[in-house]
Design a protein around this ligand. Structure first.
Ligand code: CTP
Length: 411
């Protein structure tokens, strides 16, 4: 998973996060996490345990922009009630990396160091991203501490299986940074989509022709991934049917099913559609596929003067499933268009929304810089079933997705 899509969100600006850093080799990665949250214009404060300060210094975190950065509990000149300040102001408390020692202190309610005292005085969501030697993680004492913390509501991110710094292999490796980054956003996001089951189709489809060639398009799946992640951050259960290359954009919290060609996407989507509350059809599905396919490589000498390929139509996933929906199922779709301006885009959007029986449709340019396939931003014209229409300025796909989710909730 990359964190590219949500790294450009503006919807978390000015939210406050507290980052606790423990003494684990992985603590150098906490600086990277800090930067990712700061890029969202979030306010991040931090605490480094004594052990963490053997690996990294408060100056590093201060220089990157964390404010304030706490160290020991009784630092001369420190605020008298510094250990209570975080609890009063932060929206989420993330301990990353969380060492076995700090997990044990948090589990038994210790308060003899700044990080434990701050966590004890904190009543909001607590996220723990452990990193340690696999034998330390497997130890019954650590497992019991983690069970207690989970039972009290802490969200665990990782650890994952892999190589750890000491050279051993096992479960104990710090979770991928984007997973931790997004877990914090999920804790801060409104859970206004909780209880909804959301289907998202995303990415291109790849229609096979011979043993080495296929018919496809340049979609990367970013817009669909932004919608899937937005819906997941806002509490819904998301199932994503992913065309080639797009499943890697999604966090573990989103259930994925990878497919290759349009018919496979159609079958996977129709299987789950009856259990869904919302369908977001964002995939760039190939409308046609080669009528004849072969597992063998087509050799050049067979057609020295060139040749033609016959294509046959693929099922229209959106139109078919929208026609079969229950009245309470909501449908959002995209339309990729090449038109001269936004007004023309809106005209096409309105026509396509009505024709495909969609509640909310966003149309985007495919042949303008900063919009369409493979970009991080998008310019869209949006129209809904009640005749409301808007033209949005160019913004990140994360923000487009966020606002489409908000619009959908109001329908
Ligand atoms: N779509 C789909 N299945 C298809 C084609 C499109 O589910 N076989 C969905 C897309 O995911 C998108 C919407 O339909 O949400 C519109 O896709 P678009 O390519 O813009 O429209 P088309 O129906 O292909 O129409 P046209 O080629 O005439 O523009």
């Amino acid at each position: 998973m990359t964190w590219g899509i949500f790294a450009a969100s503006t919807r978390f600006a000015r939210r406050r996060l507290h980052l606790g850093v423990c003494g684990s080799v992985a603590c150098y990665k906490a600086a990277e996490l800090l930067r990712a949250w700061l890029k969202l214009n979030m306010h991040v404060s931090a605490t480094l345990t004594d052990a963490a300060q053997h690996f990294v210094t408060p100056l590093l975190f201060e220089s990157l922009g964390a404010m304030p950065v706490y160290g020991g509990m009784f630092t001369p000149g420190g605020e008298p009630f510094a250990h209570l300040e975080t609890g009063a102001h932060a929206g989420v408390f993330v301990v990353a990396p969380a060492s076995a020692d700090v997990l044990s202190r948090l589990a038994c309610g210790g308060a003899s160091d700044m990080l434990s005292a701050q966590a004890l005085a904190f009543t909001g969501p607590l996220i723990l991203a452990p990193a340690m030697n696999p034998r330390m993680w497997d130890n019954k004492a650590t497992r019991a501490n983690v069970a207690v913390l989970r039972e009290r509501g802490a969200v665990l991110v990782g650890p994952v299986f892999g190589n750890v710094a000491c050279g051993e292999e096992g479960e104990g490796r710090f979770a991928p940074l984007p997973e931790i980054f997004l877990a914090a956003l999920r804790a801060l996001a409104p859970h206004d989509m909780a209880g909804l089951r959301v289907l998202v189709t995303l990415g291109p489809t790849r229609e096979p022709w011979d043993g080495t060639r296929f018919w496809s398009n340049p979609s990367t799946g970013r817009m669909g991934a932004a919608l899937a992640v937005s819906a997941w951050l806002r509490g819904s259960r998301v199932t994503a049917i992913c065309g080639p290359g797009s499943a890697e954009l999604l966090p573990r919290g989103v259930a994925t099913c990878s497919v290759c060609h349009a018919r496979e996407m159609f079958e996977a989507a129709q299987d789950v559609w009856p259990q869904m509350d919302v369908g977001m059809f964002v995939a760039a599905v190939a409308d046609f596929s080669p009528a004849e396919t072969s597992p063998e490589k087509f050799k050049k000498f067979v057609a020295p003067d060139g040749f033609s390929i016959v294509f046959s139509p693929n099922p229209d996933i959106l139109a078919t499933l929208a026609a079969r929906r229950r009245p309470e199922q909501k449908v959002l779709a995209f339309a990729a268009e090449s038109v001269p301006d936004m007004q023309d885009l809106l005209v096409l959007a309105k026509e396509k929304r009505a024709r495909k029986n969609v509640d909310l449709l966003a149309a985007n340019y495919i042949n303008r810089e900063g919009s369409g396939f493979g970009t991080l931003t998008n310019s869209v014209a949006v129209t809904d079933i009640h005749g409301r229409e808007e033209i949005w300025p160019e913004q990140s796909k994360a923000d487009v997705a966020w606002d489409l989710c908000s619009w959908l909730l109001k329908l």
